[in-house]
Write a protein that binds this ligand. Structure first.
Ligand code: CAO
Length: 536
């Protein structure tokens, strides 16, 4: 038996993502491909499968953690002895030089070089001190000097910095516990030559590391010297450590607006995150629109009119709601409507059904719509652009990637098909089938949803005669497809039955003017009406 750390695999470009569900428990036997955790970005949720079978020894993440590629997910006991044991059950500060685990499916190997325990340094005489904040989580990369924990005496709060850079393998303290000099704080995985670390004895901080830990003096009650930056005066006023202030700065949060819930009115990272979450929710629900000059929708107690129940929104639905509000408010929308005659297209598509079956692919109108969109984007480049953030430029794109809106149980997702102009109809059919299936299974990766130039939202299978889709910013246009139906069309001498497809195009009027849309749409409709034009 051997113990392996299963890391977060390639997340397709996502940097830090949130753990929204841990699907396994310590002691549980897991099979290969069984989901370990569910991660959620602002675009999608994805399940991370176990690359091999084994028994869960320990969990390295919990719900709410933010993790990235290569971070430890779980410790797994597997058959075989190819991987060295790196469990926490080993003597904590004993230095082990172990080989990198054998590569697992789609996951980068974690090279554990050595482990060092970081203890509480000299506290300048303070005895038993409260841990009021743990600033790191298992899997975090810390740089030398980053705060590990915050201690609090009755006179001051003290941030204990990491004496060296490394990755947090295990936390030895928790908020609310008491520590004293020498108490273990965290076990760090550090990269150092084996010979150097091999000499370090157990439970003793290396001399060079100890030297790096400043002796932190607790100010005496009468001290009049300026309070060091990492020591905030206590009292009635709420205060925050550097890590919390840094987070607040990164998120553009003014701490004076935030309610502090930590010990002795101290701000915690969760206070900052909670504040931002609430803001987002308020924007999505319209509560926060007053400040933007938009009249607020009154909050009503609907139970006065009849029976009601509150249904929790999924995180994805909340994100989609916030994005829709953002896009609707940022892009001045215009929507234009037209109908395309798809009588010939449908006849051709139906004639290809047998061939489609042989290829094991479903040939709907969608690949044709995609192909025509690529042709129209090339013909009318103002549609294949984005507003530059500087407000002074347009970003003109020389590639054609098109998103397809897919309704999934968790909410709306828009996977992107790349280089639509270079792909054939069969390839587009296969790819759109596969991406829609992946979206519905909650398996889309961030890279599957990035880089779109234009979006097609097809409600054709459901019905409707037309709708006004919201532009998927920073794209500048989106097409809405409704249900095709036979209609009597005047051909100049008589009414003839034609299969008419209702289409709408919403565009950002900052980037596209009405005449551009007229050209784009007319060309699009003519190509869909006669797909031989795609060959020209
Ligand atoms: N008119 C008439 N019939 C249509 C049609 C249209 N415009 N579009 C598709 N159909 C038919 C298909 O041909 C298929 O019938 P057959 O099997 O007889 O050929 C049937 O409807 C079902 O198609 P489908 O939905 O499985 O496949 P699709 O390629 O048309 O669409 C997808 C794929 C992913 C776009 C769709 O399933 C989906 O999720 N649509 C929802 C998008 C959405 O929610 N948009 C709103 C976003 S808010 O702006």
């Amino acid at each position: 038996m051997a113990i392996e750390i299963i890391p977060v695999p390639d997340l397709g470009g996502a940097d830090k993502v949130e753990v929204i569900e841990v699907c396994v428990a310590v002691g549980e036997r897991v099979e290969e491909e069984q989901s370990l955790v569910v991660l959620e970005t602002d675009k999608a949720s994805m399940e991370i499968p176990c690359p091999k079978g084994g028994t869960v020894v320990s969990l390295k993440v919990k719900e709410g953690d933010t993790i990235g590629e290569g971070d430890a997910l779980i410790e797994l006991e597997v058959a075989g002895d190819t991987v060295a044991d790196v469990t926490e059950a080993e003597p904590a500060a004993e230095i082990a030089v172990v080989e990198a685990p054998a590569p697992v499916v789609a996951a980068p190997a974690v090279a554990v070089v050595s482990k060092k325990m970081v203890p509480v340094p000299d506290l300048g005489g303070a005895d038993s001190v409260d841990v009021i904040e743990v600033c790191v989580a298992v899997g975090d990369e810390v740089a030398e000097g980053d705060s590990l924990i915050v201690l609090e005496t009755d006179k001051a709060s003290i941030e204990i910095p990491a004496p060296f850079a490394g990755k947090v393998l295990a936390l030895k303290v928790a908020e609310g516990t008491k520590v004293t000099v020498g108490t273990d704080i965290v076990l760090l995985q550090v990269e150092a030559p084996a010979t150097e670390v091999g000499e370090t004895s157990a439970a003793v901080v290396p001399a060079e590391a100890e030297a790096a830990i400043p002796a932190i003096k607790t100010p005496s009650p009468t001290a009049s010297a300026p309070v060091p930056a990492h020591i905030a005066a206590s009292g009635d006023k709420a205060y925050a450590g550097p890590s919390v202030r840094k987070l607040a700065r990164q998120m553009g949060v003014d701490l004076t607006e935030v309610a502090a819930t930590g010990l002795r009115s101290r701000y915690t990272k969760d206070d900052v995150r909670g504040y931002v979450k609430q803001l987002v929710a308020d924007v999505a629900s319209g509560k926060l629109s007053e400040g933007a000059g938009i009249p607020q929708v009154p909050e009503i107690d609907f139970s006065q009119f009849g029976d009601v129940e509150l249904v929790k929104m999924t995180k994805l639905k909340k994100i989609v709601a916030a994005n829709m509000t953002r896009n609707w408010l940022n892009a001045p929308h215009v929507t234009q409507f037209d109908e395309a005659d798809i009588t010939e297209l449908e006849a051709f598509r139906k004639s290809m059904k047998g061939e489609a079956e042989k290829r094991g692919v479903k040939l709907t109108p969608l690949p044709f719509l995609l192909k025509a969109a690529a042709a129209a984007l090339a013909a009318e480049p103002s549609f294949n652009a984005s507003m530059h953030a500087d407000g002074e430029h347009i970003v003109q794109k020389n590639y054609i990637h098109i998103g397809v809106a897919v309704a999934t149980p968790a909410g709306l997702m828009v996977p992107v098909i790349r280089d639509v102009d270079k792909k054939g109809l069969w390839e587009l059919a296969e790819e759109s089938n596969a991406l829609a299936a992946k979206a519905r299974a909650g398996k889309l990766l961030p890279r599957d949803m990035q880089g779109g130039c234009f979006t097609i939202s097809s409600l054709g299978a459901m019905g409707g005669t037309g709708f006004t889709p919201i532009v998927n910013c920073p794209e500048v246009a989106i097409m809405g497809v409704s249900k095709a139906q036979m209609k009597p069309i005047w051909n100049g001498t008589e009414f003839v039955p034609r299969n008419m497809l209702p289409l709408s195009v919403s565009y950002d009027h900052r980037a596209i003017n009405g005449a551009d849309c007229g050209k784009f749409f007319t060309y699009y409709v003519s190509v869909i009406g006669d797909i031989r034009k795609l060959l020209l």
